[in-house]
Write a protein that binds this ligand. Sequence first.
Ligand code: PLP
Length: 394
Amino acid sequence: MSDIKQLDSEYVLPTYSRNYTEFTHGENATLFDINNNDYIDFTSGIGVVSVGHGNKELSSAIAKQASELIHTSNLYVIRSQAETAEAIVKQSGFDMKCFFANSGAEANEGAIKIARKYGEVAGEVKRYKIITLDKSFHGRTISALKATGQEAMHNYFGPFPDGFSYANSLDDIEVMIDDHTVAVMIELVQGEGGIEALDKQKVKDLAQMLKSKDILLMVDEVQTGIYRTGEMLASNYYDIEPDIITLAKGLGGGVPIGVVMTSHKDILHAGDHGSTFGGNFLSTRAALTVLNILEKEKKSGELELTVTYFELALKKLYTKHKHLFDEMVGFGLMRGLRIKEDDVLSKIITSAHAHKVLVLKAGRNTLRFLPPLTIKESEIDEGFKRLDNALSSL
Ligand code: PLP
């Protein structure tokens, strides 16, 4: 067999600074490498593997679907797509319709198109401007990248589409609005930006102010959505009714899928938007299965117990190693520890890996935790034991 590092370096573009541990299989929140070493996974593939690795209910549903029908195109109706849309709408409680894409960035492209079309057809003046927040992350395609409020990411790739501007905070949005503003796009808890949860009252005030001005509120729930924060959507927790919501990551349990959903059900017409793969039999069967599993976890109270158990374990670690951390941030199973000294963050991640527990970085100074939502108490215990040793050995 070829050496994986050599193979990867020779044929794959180097857009990631990769770790060369080669994982071969997993069981819930435990991953096994090629030498059968076990790792506790507090990352779930960056918030994707929501129902755990090797989930039998999910893998059997995918295998059955794959053996029957994978793809026919959106020219023909797809039952699992319609049922997934129904499940998303019913579980979120929002009176919306869904469009299916293949990733978070693509869902956000769809959201931007819906907003632009709304700005074109609603009102006398054409409106196209979208305000987003500093440190936001909305994806890597050209428009989603321009929507991302991190200037460093805009190097090299211009010219970008016009009309995006960045507010320092929620307080600054109102003064930035002009006659051409059509929408504001936010993450309720910034993920890549550093597990930065917005203030609930300020978000509610923003939603009300935007409604009064007929400006759309777009919520990027690519990372916060699908029970990650303990509710189906973070929008449920914040008690707001956005005009447009985007989803991806945890929805397919690892199978690529993205969704843009909107209460403006009549904005897009046939031909306005599309995707060859979006919402095909395979990805929507996976999503439907994930939604069923997680709805049960939520309704049975199991998810809440997991959130509480994880929170207590994290708090214990935080208290013991307070010399390293400033603050515990986030909620649900989207958590972070703010590091006192930025340069210690990569040392922690390296040491954690050496102690066989996987954790993530967010922003400059946040150690991020996005475990599978089905993580067991024994896995939480073991993961934090390893992390404690990793921190003690720094
Ligand atoms: N939006 C948010 C909030 C994200 O966290 C991400 C990815 O991290 C994206 C969009 C982009 O998603 P994808 O990588 O699936 O395109």
